[in-house]
Design a protein around this ligand. Structure first.
Ligand SMILES: *[C@@H]1O[C@H](CO)[C@@H](O)[C@H](O)[C@H]1NC(C)=O
Ligand SMILES: *[C@@H]1O[C@H](CO)[C@@H](O)[C@H](O)[C@H]1NC(C)=O
Ligand SMILES: *[C@@H]1O[C@H](CO)[C@@H](O)[C@H](O)[C@H]1NC(C)=O
Length: 540
């Protein structure tokens, strides 16, 4: 009896301790923990706060202890570090670079299918976790145009039993749009308090438009740019057409009728993926740099303008594929003045082919084409190969990999960072192709529980605190910065924000100059991510 009693006391104590971080910790044989949510209890994430004058706020997540743990530092009572700092960071306040577009994830079919397995209250809590200020306040949502490898079936909006339909008379949104994607997007729009940008990307055209006759696999559009198939594919993406008594809505117009208007469209998701890794089971459409240039120049660009979706209304983004392709595609497409005139920015993905990250390509492309902004539009863990470890509950290493990649991109002119599936199941699905991966939120569909993975907090350290319109501020470092990564910003209310990652096993002492009125000494715990915020400097 006595033994049982003390067990109960212990459990209660642990529960209270973990609740101070708004997290019910669960361990699954990993180097860290997840935060669990079920219908009985689901602590919500603390709202974003602003420190009063004379203070700075410090939010910390760490491998062994915290999730968004808030402490407030009194600038008048900062203690000097006991040891000299190993690192001194000085902000260069006049070195103002790119303006941030935002952070987010993708409304895939798999996300909708997994949400649908949960009771309404939990579904809505996940939406709050992502899109509200008492969540990680995502500011970008990516929407696949028809099916992807994270769908339950292979489909386009005009399959027409494989028969040609160049006038797109049989174009129609599918049950996945009506029942899954559109309701999720509408709820996100309701929850958002502040700018929210929607980005759409096509995966494949209908099979009858392709040289391989199939939605999946590495086919090109039939014929040549300027010809009927390339023209039809451009029109499929947006065109609204009166034709006697028929009204034909295509993708952008159909969503617009639902009150969903897009900020940007990419020209094609991963136009080169089939070549890079030889996957022939994915929804995919190939474009070489040359036929991408000509399709944009002769078909997509002019047709978008005619339909009222010119570059001032909708941002057209090139590439949407891995960094290693940035130089090749931009050299060919953006060197053409007419093609370049239709394109606003360059989207890229984080996947490393042959383990080469190719970060320097971001600097090269920014220097060659400074008027075209850069944005990272897809990332996930567990993608490396079919034998790689897919979804994992509580892998902290992956949280660090995310934060490191985000910081390295931001340090090289990137204006935003968008994750892949918002929600998967604990096996990393569902996907018709069994192409599973990891995600920030994983659902145990049998037990009706969901888990916030460490990556959720890692991306949250950026999305929650760096609103769209923030400006990247340069910095210099002196001392040993090994394993420490950081990026600084000034937000639209003139609040300063710094995100710092320590990937070392040991703590690191550093001093930050020109961030607040006085130099700020900080000790970074081993394996931790923190966001520091100053009060708004706006004079009232
Ligand atoms: C880029 O283009 C060059 C020259 O055409 C080619 O040799 C190289 O393989 C291309 N790189 C990639 C990553 O496709
Ligand atoms: C965590 O993920 C990383 C990256 O995918 C992997 O290398 C590592 O083995 C995983 N850790 C565990 C304990 O499974
Ligand atoms: C995916 O896995 C399921 C269950 O193991 C199997 O029945 C199906 O054939 C697999 N699909 C593919 C495309 O490999």
């Amino acid at each position: 009896m006595a033994f049982q009693l003390s067990t109960v006391v212990l459990i209660v104590l642990q529960f209270q301790l973990s609740l101070t971080d708004h997290c019910i910790k669960r361990y699954f044989n990993q180097n860290s923990f997840v935060c669990a949510c079920d219908t009985r209890s689901c602590p919500s994430i603390p709202g974003t706060t602003r420190p009063p004058k004379g203070y700075i706020d410090q939010w910390v997540s760490s491998r062994s202890l915290h999730r968004f743990h808030l402490t407030r530092l009194n600038l008048n009572r900062l203690s000097r570090p006991l040891f000299p700092p190993s690192l001194v960071v000085t902000l260069r306040l006049n070195d103002r670079r790119q303006t941030i577009h935002g952070f987010g994830g993708a409304f895939t079919d798999a996300t909708g299918l997994n949400l649908a397995t949960l009771p309404m209250a939990l579904r809505d809590q996940i939406m709050r976790d992502y899109f509200s200020t008492d969540g990680i306040d995502y500011s970008i949502g990516r929407v696949p145009i028809a099916g992807t490898d994270f769908s339950a079936r292979v489909y386009s909006y005009d399959d027409n039993n494989g028969e040609e339909d160049l006038e797109l008379k049989n174009f129609a949104l599918q049950p996945e749009d009506i029942n899954l994607k559109i309701p999720m997007i509408k709820r996100a729009l309701e929850l958002k308090n502040g700018p929210f940008r929607l980005l759409c990307s096509p995966w494949s055209s209908p099979g009858w438009m392709k040289t391989n006759g199939n939605i999946i696999g590495a086919g090109f559009l039939k014929g040549v740019p300027g010809g009927p198939y390339y023209k039809a594919w451009a029109k499929y993406l947006f065109k609204f057409q009166h034709n006697y008594c028929f009204l034909f809505d295509r993708f952008l117009d159909s969503y617009s009728k639902e009150g969903i208007n897009f900020w940007a469209m990419t020209t094609q998701n991963e136009p080169n993926i089939a070549i890079e890794i030889g996957i022939f089971l994915l929804h995919n459409l190939r474009f070489t740099p040359e036929n991408m240039r000509d399709w944009v120049k002769y078909d997509l660009g002019p047709e978008l303008e005619k339909a009222g979706y010119g570059r001032d209304k909708l941002n057209l983004l090139l590439l949407d594929d891995n960094r290693q392709l940035l130089v090749n595609y931009t050299q060919i497409v953006l060197k053409d003045e007419t093609a370049a005139s239709f394109i606003n920015g360059i989207a890229f993905h984080w996947y490393k082919i042959n383990n080469q990250p190719h970060y320097n390509e971001l600097n090269v492309v920014h220097n060659n084409f400074p008027n075209h902004f850069l944005i990272s539009t897809e990332a996930c863990e567990g993608y490396q190969s079919s034998s790689a470890i897919k979804a994992q509950l509580g892998n902290w290493t992956r949280a660090e990999t995310y934060a490191k990649d985000i910081i390295k991109d931001l340090n090289r002119y990137t204006t935003g960072w968008v994750d892949w599936n918002l929600v998967l199941d604990t096996k990393g699905g569902s996907s018709y192709e069994n192409n599973s991966a990891d995600a920030l939120i994983l659902v145990d569909t049998d037990r009706k529980i969901y888990y916030r993975n460490p990556m959720f907090y890692s991306l949250g350290h950026f999305s929650k605190f760096i609103p769209p319109g923030s400006v990247y501020i340069g910095h210099q470092v002196q001392g040993n910065s090994r394993g420490v990564y950081l990026a600084a910003f000034e937000d639209p209310s003139n609040q300063m924000v710094i995100v710092i990652l320590n990937t070392n096993d040991y703590p690191v002492n550093l001093i930050i100059n020109k961030f607040a009125q006085v130099p700020v000494p900080i000790t970074l715990d081993g394996h931790s991510i923190r966001t520091l915020l100053t009060p708004s400097r706006k004079v009232n």
